[in-house]
Design a protein around this ligand. Structure first.
Ligand code: ATP
Ligand code: MG
Length: 572
């Protein structure tokens, strides 16, 4: 491709809309443009990157025996009503009506569609197992679209679905997908770790996420690793062993309301009352599908909203606003407590059940209650793990300690069991003629998120440094003083040779200053660069250099194809 024939609108200035380096570089490199919040247009270079990644995914999926199909993005609401998810997906689902006032949805995932397809087609165990996948646009009205392609409202996903006759063959299919995922990310130049994860809105039994570890703000997920065993889990689900030494007192003292003027936060209250945070219980008021819920966790722990949401099985969960806090506790924010709380469900974390004579809010402005005891002074509606695991906690599987690291979720795998096959009647007749529901799995990879995620690692102060299998082109040719005939001729010769060898190449044929060309080349970040200048060309040589490494080599025009291939082998 010639620069003059394509469209690469690079930008010199930093773009204020981009918080992440990867997002910034995609904008500045002329890869993407924003149309609306979470809605992006892919320009010619990005289109090639997406195709490169999609082709890696396709290749590994096909090798693993999966069959590519394409399912519509538009789906009648009925299919989602049949599984009950129509009422539980919440506002993330984009909905619309057609001209006949028929309710339709734009799919954010395709379990419903694919299961109803298979239910209508597959009748016998002889037709199974089956693994169907697609690379398709998804719509999700994300509450916080941000970070460019990382969290869009319209994005591309690879989603695969397996159908099996029994648990044993399902586990084989699942492992095949896990292996395919490791192959895919390795080929894309991305190191991933597989961690245990929450099953979320997808439901089902167990799930894993594939995380790229990063130490930038791009890491929206927190992963806990054990320092002694192979335990690794997303904080969203991670159980943990409590490292705090909490000693129960032998006698229950009498409860007492005390003034805590000016003290509302945990730090203020513990400082004022001179007690440890483990002696205090936080009461957090939430609205779960419109109903008030009080969640109690020990003062030194954070509440995990995912655990809370799972425990309640609700669709919409949000912290109560100040008016709601006032309505249910009769006090301003900061003084909620479980004693005397009426018409509110009280969920208590197990760590709280071990405490005696603890401190809670008094449901009165600037007052707390000391020497509170569960059962004697208030009752728990339910005791359930609500605490967020954190670095320094004990591993739930061994005696080791957990360390926290940030990660970007690039893919995931779910064990769905019969969650979709039962409501959608995806059944088959086994060898004995007995009707059984199919065992399912679903497997996602972010086709637009992953290449951007890669850039969190592959960049420097000048721009992008693509790993070779994602790069829109492998080599950029930069002829200096292209107006000189012998320079132009050498550029054309090299361009022709590389193209003939099947190497993807971009020729900067613009009549621009060297500085402009070099800056653009650094910004768009092709893995290799061939610079053609007067001086070396006198000896029939050109400069070959990788984007990631400083050193350049002089290569004769005749030997350029071999030199490029050799250098490519050394690059990520
Ligand atoms: P997240 O926790 O990041 O919201 P998810 O659990 O909702 O992800 P899935 O529904 O399983 O993710 O989707 C599969 C894959 O699709 C994810 O691993 C991710 O790579 C990608 N993905 C999910 N949501 C988005 C989005 N809003 N924008 C871009 N890619 C996304
Ligand atoms: Mg999501």
């Amino acid at each position: 491709m010639r620069w003059s024939q394509t469209y690469i609108p690079t930008l010199r200035e930093n773009q204020t809309e981009a918080e992440l380096i990867s997002h910034q570089l995609l904008l500045r490199g002329g890869y993407i443009r924003k149309l609306a919040a979470g809605v992006y247009l892919y320009l010619p270079l990005m289109q090639r990157v997406i195709e490169n990644f999609a082709n890696i995914v396709r290749d590994e999926m096909n090798r693993a025996g999966a069959l590519e199909i394409t399912m519509s993005v538009l789906c009648p609401a009925e299919v989602w009503q049949q599984t009950g998810r129509y009422n539980t997906v919440g506002k993330e689902q984009m909905r619309l009506k057609d001209r006949h006032q028929h309710e339709m949805v734009l799919c954010g995932t395709h379990e419903e569609t694919v299961t109803s397809l298979v239910a209508g087609e597959v009748k016998s165990y002889r037709q199974l197992p089956l693994n169907l996948y697609q690379i398709q646009v998804k719509f999700r009205d994300e509450i916080r679209p941000r970070f460019g392609l990382m969290r869009g409202r319209e994005f591309i996903m690879k989603d695969a679905y397996t159908f099996d006759t029994d648990e044993q063959t399902f586990l084989v299919a699942y492992e095949k997908m896990v292996q395919a995922y490791f192959n895919i990310f390795r080929r894309a130049g991305i190191d991933v770790v597989k961690v245990e994860s929450d099953t979320g809105a997808m439901g089902g039994k167990a799930a894993h996420e594939f995380m790229m570890l990063v130490d930038t703000t791009a890491g929206e997920e927190v992963i806990l690793f054990c320092d002694q065993c192979d335990y690794a889990a997303n904080r969203e689900k991670a159980p943990f062993r409590d490292p705090a030494k909490v000693v129960a007192e032998s006698t229950q003292k009498s409860m007492q309301v005390v003034d805590t003027p000016g003290a509302a936060t945990i730090e203020e209250v513990t400082a004022f009352l001179k007690v440890d945070a483990t002696k205090l219980v936080k009461t957090l008021l939430y609205m779960a599908d419109g109903a008030p819920v009080a969640a109690l966790v020990r003062g030194d722990r954070e509440l995990n909203e995912i655990k809370l949401k799972n425990a309640l099985g609700c669709t919409e969960l949000a912290m109560a606003n100040p008016d709601q806090v006032q309505e249910y506790t009769k006090a301003p924010v900061g003084f909620a407590g479980p004693v005397g709380l009426k018409d509110v469900m009280i969920l208590v974390d197990p760590l709280v059940t071990k405490l005696t004579n603890f401190v809670v809010g008094a449901n009165q402005n600037e007052k707390h209650i000391i020497n509170v005891n569960l059962e004697r002074d208030f009752k728990a509606s339910r005791v359930i793990d609500l605490s967020q695991a954190q670095g320094g906690d004990g591993c739930p599987k061994c005696e080791g300690r957990l360390t926290a690291k940030k990660g970007i979720e690039v893919g995931n795998t779910f064990m769905l069991g019969t969650k979709y096959s039962v409501p959608l009647n995806a059944t088959f007749l086994d060898a004995e003629g007995k009707e059984k529901p199919m065992i399912m799995g679903s497997y996602g990879i972010g086709i637009t998120r992953t290449p951007q995620a890669a850039l969190e690692k592959y960049n420097d102060e000048k721009g992008i440094i693509w790993p070779k299998n994602l790069a829109p082109y492998l080599v950029e040719i930069i002829p200096l003083n292209i107006e000189k005939p012998h320079i132009k001729e050498a550029a054309e010769t090299i361009y022709g040779q590389l193209a003939a060898a099947g190497i993807e190449v971009l020729l900067d044929d613009r009549d621009e200053r060297a500085g402009v060309k070099f800056n653009d080349a650094d910004l768009i970040g092709l893995p290799m660069r061939i610079t053609i200048g007067d001086k070396s060309l006198k000896d029939g040589k050109v400069e070959l250099k990788s984007r990631s490494r400083g050193e350049m080599e002089l290569v004769s025009v005749a030997e350029i194809v071999g030199a490029v291939k050799k250098l490519a082998e050394q690059l990520p």
